[in-house]
Design a protein around this ligand. Structure first.
Ligand SMILES: C[S@@+](CC[C@H](N)C(=O)[O-])C[C@H]1O[C@@H](n2cnc3c(N)ncnc32)[C@H](O)[C@@H]1O
Length: 204
């Protein structure tokens, strides 16, 4: 695959260390702890910090990302932690999301999608969840543009409460939290940040 956005991500991931750290995203770890482990899909899982944490907590994880450089680091992190990830290298907008195959979808900071692509990606994520399955999502809000501590600069890529409330029709929203938080997720996400998190469940 050769394309400018992939080349850019591969360059970022080629640097020494883990761009977003090796610890899981805090919102995901806090919210997933309450769930019974099963099959999890980590969308745009990058260097694998979230997929590896879920695997360490008993989940069978598919880690989906288009960056081969990130996935080599994800495999290395998994090996160091003594767990395995099923690494799938694909574009999240085009992947053939298998219907009702997962109990959990984790979508953490995948804000590279323009609105049309995002709708396709989120429809795929909704489709893969089994009835009763959970979605855990976190992203930056428009207020993040004031902080400049990570995330996209295009306001159409950022999430608002209204956007998330309407994004997964028919799902029950179990938790929705907009917060000013201090992130400490490697050099990529560091400092005061405006984030929003959501847990939603596909009805049983
Ligand atoms: C901000 S990083 C977040 C990584 C990971 N979710 C985390 O929280 O550490 C965004 C990720 O999206 C991936 N990505 C960007 N565009 C993509 C696409 N079209 N298809 C698949 N992955 C993509 C990048 O390679 C990168 O790993």
């Amino acid at each position: 695959m050769t394309r400018p956005d992939l080349d850019l991500w591969n360059q970022r991931f080629a640097a020494e260390g883990y761009l977003f750290g090796e610890a899981p995203n805090r919102y995901l770890a806090t919210r997933a702890t309450a769930l019974q482990p099963g099959h999890a899909l980590c969308v745009a899982d990058g260097e694998g910090r979230n997929g590896v944490w879920l695997a360490e907590h008993g989940w069978q994880v598919v880690s989906l990302d288009f960056s081969d450089v990130a996935q080599r680091k994800a495999a290395d992190l998994a090996a160091r932690r003594g767990v395995t990830l099923d690494l799938v290298q694909a574009d999240v907008h085009d992947w053939d999301y298998p219907p009702q195959a997962f109990d959990l979808v984790a979508d953490i900071f995948s804000q590279f999608s323009a609105p049309g692509d995002r709708a396709r990606k989120w429809a795929g994520m909704a489709r893969v969840l089994r009835p009763g399955g959970h979605l855990i999502l976190q992203g930056y809000m428009p207020e993040q543009l004031r902080h400049g501590t990570g995330g996209p600069k295009d306001p159409t890529h950022l999430y608002t409460e209204d956007l998330l409330r309407g994004a997964f029709p028919g799902f029950d929203i179990l938790h929705l939290e907009a917060a000013e938080a201090v992130l400490d997720e490697g050099p990529g996400h560091s400092g005061p940040s405006a984030v929003i998190g959501m847990v939603a469940r596909r009805p049983a």
